[in-house]
Design a binder for this molecule. Sequence first.
Ligand SMILES: CCCCCCCC(=O)SCCNC(=O)CCNC(=O)[C@H](O)C(C)(C)COP(=O)(O)OP(=O)(O)OC[C@H]1O[C@@H](n2cnc3c(N)ncnc32)[C@H](O)[C@@H]1OP(=O)(O)O
Length: 184
Amino acid sequence: MSRVPPKWPPVEVEHPAPHPDAPEQGTKLGPHYAHCFGCGDETEGGLHLQTECGHDATIIAQFHVTDAHQGAPGLAHGGLLACAFDEALGSTVGQLLRKPAVTGKLETDFLRPVPVGSTLHIAGKLDGVAGRKVYASADGRLDAPDGPIALRARALFVIVDFSHFTEHGTADPRDVHPDRDINP
Ligand SMILES: CCCCCCCC(=O)SCCNC(=O)CCNC(=O)[C@H](O)C(C)(C)COP(=O)(O)OP(=O)(O)OC[C@H]1O[C@@H](n2cnc3c(N)ncnc32)[C@H](O)[C@@H]1OP(=O)(O)O
């Protein structure tokens, strides 16, 4: 089967430098929201993705695959793997650009099965910006930062105003203060 991906990014883009307030390499990034299914630390059934700032404007995430994440016996569920990439790519966009953004489109190539007990090492990077559209992509490697690639993902994020989260969700407007620069 041919796996030739379409042109990426699909439009002409600019390549922005990371925001001056973007975290430095090695900085551990806590959850952006304690109840986020992807990264929250108060969601018993969540993915508990752990992220940190990598080298060369990358965001590195680790997803430990447990019994709770199975789709087939002993294998991770594809939708949860896609969720891990959504979170890692959202973190890449938010942490490096310091702007609130939501996923508009997410494409995932599943190249190898991901067994329970393994750790997926996801490295996300920005591929370009066109107006409010931000293109980002990530590779997910099995069990080591240089392990075999199990998944690849490309995503379009759209920069939004903070009112997206107060009008469509239940974010507290008091939590959207002038110092806040990434998703609540
Ligand atoms: C640190 C934080 C980590 C967070 C990680 C988790 C991130 C998430 O999972 S967010 C939750 C999932 N996503 C959502 O709920 C988003 C739901 N969708 C929406 O709210 C809206 O459709 C939204 C905001 C994406 C776009 O709406 P709107 O603001 O009206 O802009 P709109 O004009 O439609 O689109 C903006 C541009 O993006 C393009 N675009 C939007 N969606 C797509 C798409 N699916 N495919 C291609 N292009 C798209 C539009 O064509 C437009 O392009 P152009 O500027 O060239 O005309």
